[in-house]
Design a protein around this ligand. Structure first.
Ligand SMILES: *Cc1c(COP(=O)(O)O)cnc(C)c1O
Length: 501
């Protein structure tokens, strides 16, 4: 199995090249040239396996230049009960919803309490093995600019992984107090965390400049190191997400919720389009999925795109209470367009060029028709997000975070509009405790305490639910990183961290 670039069909790379390189030279994203096809019997065989077994089978079919041993090692190191609280890292909670039932797929039992752990716990293992194959044993230096969630998840994934160093930059006033504390107390001998005096864009631009600075790059090369990235367009972050859709289906069969072969729908709170794209890949492999419900917050660029076929990022940017979905350019959508045009890389390249120079593009009628037959797009603003959290909690006893509530709300809109009662997997992407302030405001009428940890405690006593261990441990954890710097100091900090200055 090899991989093409979405913008150049002649570009063909192996799985390990795709992962080591992250993005293609001309800016395209790597996509599999074909999809392994699973029959109902193949899926039946998965039902009998545990999560790790399911993951090993699926990884094996995509990562052709990895040995079975390398895949086993990676999966076993990533999805441990120690890191995810139980043998199943992605359990389902069945939540009643009127006369139907939602299968809420909880993807947040990992070390940072958000779904990015599902991919970032395994990516470092796939990446180091990929670098070993393609760049014979260089040390991978991971640079991350983060607005919060990704940085912590990447730190937890890469901490103490041999052959890697990770440096994370975050905007000093641009992350929540909880996120800041999560990063400042990070453990691990190969990590560094620095606050930037600037906003997220400044941090991101600074990182991009370092990535392309030839002087720094040469210095790394001389010292047997190379830069790599852990961002959400890396194939090594998408593939792990395919697994949990198969796993959810198998668990629903096992739990007697569906019969083998029955179709399901999925509803996914969407930002960069990675999570929902993974479910589309699962369908391409034979998982019986009928509809993809794409849920956005007030940054509803995808809702408009699915409805009218024009992607237009020239619009107001909203800062919402579901911040991980505050995105105007959903990078992974490019991959969907590639597949729906049957691999027309020229067309995709043209649309992406139009997006960067005009801020918009329109797909042709045939693509639009395909999108409408598969996808439903909807959105939910902050007010309705809070209402949904309150209602879910009061009526069904289920406490959800803000992102998950967006998906539940849009799922309900869909059912209302279509009457479609197909059993539905709702992807739940964060622990309610990760967004305690909003969740507490939704379920409580009392005045909020002003300290983040007091809010966590109050949410726990009010709802009689347990604070996830990684978050409760933060209160006592020692601060290791409190450095702040100007944007122009970033290159020097990178070299210092690597002892190369
Ligand atoms: C990143 C994130 C999302 C968005 O996922 P995409 O794959 O970018 O669409 C949704 N919810 C949470 C909590 C996230 O961290």
């Amino acid at each position: 199995m090899n991989y093409n670039s979405t913008r150049n069909k002649n570009r063909v790379v192996s799985a390990s090249q795709a992962i080591a390189q992250g993005i293609s030279d001309e800016g395209g994203l790597f996509v599999p040239q074909s999809f392994p096809k699973y029959s109902i019997d193949d899926i039946k065989a998965l039902v009998e396996m545990d999560y790790k077994g399911r993951a090993k089978k699926i990884f094996g079919d995509f990562l052709s230049d990895f040995t079975a041993e390398e895949i086993s090692e990676s999966v076993d190191a990533a999805y441990t009960a120690e890191k995810f609280g139980s043998e199943n890292p992605a359990p389902i909670s069945y939540v009643k919803d009127g006369d139907t039932e939602m299968s809420v797929l909880e993807l947040w039992h990992g070390p940072t309490c958000a779904f990015k752990d599902m991919a970032l716990q395994i990516l470092p293992h796939l990446l180091t093995k990929s670098v070993k194959k393609t760049y014979s044993g260089k040390e991978a230096v991971i640079l991350v600019a983060t607005s919060g969630d990704t940085g912590k998840a990447a730190l937890e994934g890469f901490k103490d992984v041999d052959g890697t160093k990770i440096i994370v930059f975050y905007p000093v006033d641009g992350v929540s107090p909880m996120q800041k504390r999560q990063m400042a107390t990070q453990q691990g001998e190969n990590v560094n965390v620095v606050a930037i005096k600037g906003n997220f864009d400044d941090a991101q631009t600074g990182v991009k400049k370092i990535f392309t600075n030839s002087e720094i790059k040469n210095k790394l090369a001389e010292n047997n190191k190379l830069f790599s990235s852990a961002n959400s367009i890396n194939w090594g972050r998408l593939l792990p997400q395919v697994v949990y859709y198969f796993s959810a289906y198998c668990d629903m069969v096992k739990d007697g919720k569906i019969n083998m072969g029955d179709k399901i729908n999925v509803a996914v709170p969407t930002g960069n389009f990675g999570n929902i794209l993974a479910s589309f890949y699962a369908m391409n492999m034979g998982l019986p999925i009928a509809k993809f419900i794409c849920a956005s917050n007030s940054n509803n660029v995808l809702t408009d795109f699915i409805t009218c076929g024009t992607y237009d990022k020239k619009r107001k940017f909203y800062t919402t209470i579901s911040p991980s979905m505050d995105i105007l350019v959903s990078s992974n959508l490019e991959r969907l367009l590639y597949h729906l045009t049957d691999g027309d890389a020229e067309k995709v390249a043209k649309w992406m060029e139009s997006l960067s120079s005009n801020g918009a593009y329109s797909v042709d009628e045939s693509v639009k028709t395909k999108i409408n037959s598969l996808f439903y797009g909807g959105y939910c603003d902050d007010e309705n997000t809070l209402k949904t959290i309150k209602e879910l909690y009061e009526n069904e006893g289920y406490l959800s975070d803000t992102h998950t509530a967006v998906a539940v709300n849009v799922y309900r809109q869909y059912v209302e509009k279509t009457g479609d009662k197909t059993p539905t997997v709702v992807a739940s992407t964060a622990s309610p405790y990760k967004f305690s302030k909003s969740v507490l405001a939704a379920v409580s009428d009392e005045k909020l305490p002003d300290d983040e940890f007091l809010m966590v405690d109050e949410l726990s006593s009010k709802t009689n639910t347990e604070v996830p261990a990684p978050l409760s441990a933060l209160k006592e954890a020692k601060v290791r990183f409190n450095k702040e710097c100007n944007v122009d100091e970033m290159p020097r900090i990178v070299l210092d961290s690597l002892s190369l200055s």
